[in-house]
Design a protein around this ligand. Sequence first.
Ligand code: GJV
Length: 422
Amino acid sequence: MEDPEDVLPPEEYVVHWSFQGRCSEEQLSISKGERLLVHAKVSPEWWWAELRGVFGYVPASYLYQGSNEDEEEEDPWQDEEYYCTYGTLNLHLEMLSDKSRTEAYRRVVVNNSASLHGKVVMDLGCGTGIVSLFCAQLARPAAVYAVEASSMVEHTRELVKQNACEEVITVLRGRAEEIQLPERVDVLVSEWMGNCLLFEFMVESVLLARDRWLREDGTMWPSSAALTLVPCQAHRYYADKMAFWEKPYGLDFTPLQPLALQEFFAKPKFSHLMEPGDRLASPADVICLDMYTLQVADLEEMQGEFTFSLEKSGTFHGFTAWFSVCFESLEEGGPPVDLNTGPDAEPTHWKQTLFMLDEPVSVRREHLIRGTVTLRRNPVWRRHLIVTIHWEISGHAQEEPACQANPPPLVQERDDGGATPV
Ligand code: GJV
């Protein structure tokens, strides 16, 4: 790189597989779908590349040249797989049996039953129709438009009939972006939240529907959302996935630890249940969304900052993240309803998300952990999210991102046994 004469024009490549780089070896962390510039093909295995202004080595075999035809053939929304997974009962059972979630939506309807009288409601992504049925049975809205794109919708129609709600509920099959409603709505309700709040990016459909179908003074349910973070210990997970290789059956398997790092710590651990004693500080909201003002373009990249003042000494293994949403009342000054998926609330099917550091750090009570968290939408796979956390302790800079994570494809993540990974 020293002699500009040797430098060829950089070539654009696309990341085929995510890779967690080691800062100590000047490697970059790259996520599937990202585009980067290759400046020098230093060896057959390692190339010198640039990603958003940062230089480092990347494994050559993880890249492919930009104009790949496969990419054009594949739907960046992966809608076929996405709606297919909602066409069977598995996920609906998981969501419906999540009492905190489902009862939060019921409470919203019950608390607002008087104000819902005569109102027009859109239930976006109604699934089996539970929220629409709550509205029809517990309040007296003028109309409920239940919109659902998966094939489950045919059963939803039947459930609406079976529960004698067909006068009020109109079930519409199709993507919310494409369906036509006969009128604008007073309330847009949806359960769109994914892991780490945004994964799946169903929120985009909600924002587009808001701009198209919600009346000027209409209500969004949920009305706001927040992502919360806390530095934490994770002794058990660390022992199971990393320390394990130190002496299994009396043998030294430590050469497998870099592989373990890549396999278990480079991606976030979904479905983590953080134990109350594992937190090192008080949790903080790092990103807050106002569902009235949020724009689709804002979803491309969001950044939050944090300063945690450690409340106890221990081992800093990573960060745990979760979200909460708030449903404002239709009445002025009426009580809002909160749905919190954090470790202090009733567990939900989302559980929490754990981001492991490359290496644990011993920390003391008086330490500060400061940094930023960036949620970047995958530029190719539009339902995917890349989370990068930069942090430092008490002013000693750690150059390395704590964890750069590209959640696995939906079907894997949902532990949906029968589905083929995307
Ligand atoms: N239009 C219609 N139905 C949708 C859409 C859309 N744009 N997006 C998702 N759904 N909280 N992460 C449906 C999907 O088929 C499923 O039944 C439900 O909404 C997802 C709800 C839970 N997912 C989530």
